[in-house]
Design a protein around this ligand. Structure first.
Ligand SMILES: Cc1cc2nc3c(=O)[nH]c(=O)nc-3n(C[C@H](O)[C@H](O)[C@H](O)COP(=O)(O)OP(=O)(O)OC[C@H]3O[C@@H](n4cnc5c(N)ncnc54)[C@H](O)[C@@H]3O)c2cc1C
Length: 452
């Protein structure tokens, strides 16, 4: 009797999914009894730590994406959006569209690594009007937006409107928000020389953070250093500020008071005029997970110490979409690529053990350190237990992340982009990638109209 192939299906094509596939490929790549399958909405891995540098035009868009077919060569790849996971029938269904058929794929073992999406905490107006920093499209849209705002401001005579073009508000003082703010300031200062009426003091980048500090999770000294450097570069950091609305012209903010005196909300409310609000204030798991049959908490799949989903042996959940409590802090692990990759390694190891009938291991996380860049040649890093700040931290950041880029050609391209940026100005051409909007005829109010 011919032994049937066992199918391992990995959902997602991000950090966790790719690392897990690579680990499994090295074990089962030549095993005819195992088939590896990956299903992802995008046919590439997006290297998010460099996304803000794409938004600022320092790195070319395609240099931070890695096609799955080139980095996971022994895994069969399906490009598609997952509609449903049926853990009882062991089936994954992909949405059909006008151009592609909906298909269902059977699995014997499943790894769920569907990541997260931007969380607007139910604020529909913010979701409608804000820019985000999560996908490649977000970075390209933001770059175009910034350049468009400079173009509009250059010839604008109304001072209030001009101010709203040149005020940029970043919401969220985590990794994504701080790195985006730093890069945004670099882009604005570099591009400014081509806009003669725009002066340095006209440009405002404001970071709003709901907590009392930026870069939570970092050593306090380093976070304070980052804050000081950003302020020196002209970035306004406002702490304990929560956004309550954004209509596309004005953002309203509430000051959070940690010790409300009575039940009446006496928070100070103010507003900032801006046409560009960049929302990086939180993530939430994708809808496919939220409406799945798996047990979730705050939208994340609950997993055990072996990263397996309880009640479904052979189903693992890893990365941003999984809820794993840090035994030291008793709080969920933060959503980082480092943790996603570390869990991917362990999930692959436990899957191999499961298939080979050996014992599984509990997941224990050992942080290798943390790093962030805060704009022009400055950064912060905790590396091998040592806290480093300034130029050296920036250099470490570049070296570490360059070494993490999975292919040699993209490593070279990113390196060349960085070198070119040292010697040449950034490109300020705005690429129209969206459908052209119909032009509306606006009539100026004249005396005759005034009569009515
Ligand atoms: C701007 C920015 C900067 C960051 N900087 C850092 C940093 O410096 N260091 C760090 O450690 N972390 C950083 N992070 C966080 C890091 O990117 C995430 O924690 C990491 O990507 C999580 O990996 P993941 O595999 O769980 O999810 P992801 O990498 O988000 O992958 C999820 C995958 O699932 C796919 N997917 C989702 N839904 C579906 C569906 N329905 N059907 C098919 N496919 C689907 C997505 O397309 C994606 O391929 C940063 C994040 C951002 C946004």
């Amino acid at each position: 009797m011919v032994k049937s192939k066992k199918k391992i299906v990995i959902l997602g094509s991000g950090f966790a999914a790719v690392e897990c596939a690579r680990q499994l490929e090295s074990e089962f790549g030549k095993d005819p009894g195992i088939e590896l399958v990956m299903i992802g909405e995008d046919n590439f891995l997006l290297f998010t730590p460099m996304l803000p540098q794409v938004a600022s035009g320092m790195i070319e868009t395609r240099h931070i994406v890695f096609p799955i077919r080139t980095i996971c060569k022994k895994t069969k790849f399906y490009e598609g959006r997952i509609k449903n996971v049926d853990p009882y029938g062991k089936l994954v269904t992909i949405w059909g569209t006008r151009d592609k058929r909906s298909i269902s794929i059977h699995y014997d073992f499943l790894v769920i690594a569907l990541g997260s999406e931007t969380n607007f905490f139910g604020m529909a107006d913010v979701e409608k009007n804000a820019y985000t920093m999560k996908t490649l499209n977000d970075a390209v849209m933001l770059r175009n937006r910034v350049i468009d705002m400079l173009e509009q401001a250059e010839n604008e005579t109304n001072p209030i409107l001009r101010k709203s073009f040149l005020n940029f508000v970043v919401v969220g003082g985590g990794f994504a928000g701080i790195e985006t703010a730093g890069e945004l300031m670099d882009l604005l200062l570099d591009a400014r020389k081509y806009y003669p009426t725009i002066h340095k003091e006209d440009l405002k980048v404001i970071v709003l953070e709901a907590m009392g500090e930026i870069l939570p999770g970092f050593n306090k000294k380093l976070a304070d250093f980052a804050k000081k450097k950003l302020i020196e570069r002209g970035i306004d950091i406002q702490l304990k500020k929560a956004v309550t609305s954004f209509d596309g012209n004005e953002v309203t903010i509430k000051t959070l008071d940690e010790t409300p005196k009575d039940s009446i909300d006496q928070s100070e409310v103010k507003s900032i005029i801006t046409k560009t609000l960049i929302w990086t204030a939180g993530v939430t798991p994708v809808n496919t997970i939220k409406r799945s049959m798996f047990k979730t908490e705050k939208g994340k799949i609950i997993i055990n110490n072996f990263l397996e989903v309880p009640k479904f042996p052979g189903v693992f959940a890893i990365g941003d979409c999984a809820l794993f409590i840090d035994p030291i802090t008793n709080r969920p692990f933060p959503p980082t690529a480092q943790i996603a990759e570390s869990q991917a390694k362990m999930a692959a190891k436990n899957l191999i053990s499961l298939i080979q009938n050996s014992e599984q291991e509990k997941f224990v996380y050992h942080s290798k350190g943390q790093m962030a860049i805060i704009g022009k040649r400055s950064g912060i890093a905790t590396f091998l237990g040592v806290n480093i700040s300034g130029f050296v931290a920036w250099l470490i950041w570049r070296n570490v992340y360059l070494s993490k880029i999975p292919t040699f050609d993209k490593k070279t391209r990113v390196f060349l982009d960085w070198v070119i940026d040292l010697f040449f100005d950034r490109d300020i051409s705005r690429l129209k990638l969206m459908k052209r909007e119909a032009e509306l005829e606006y009539k100026l109010l004249d005396e005759v109209d005034d009569v009515w």
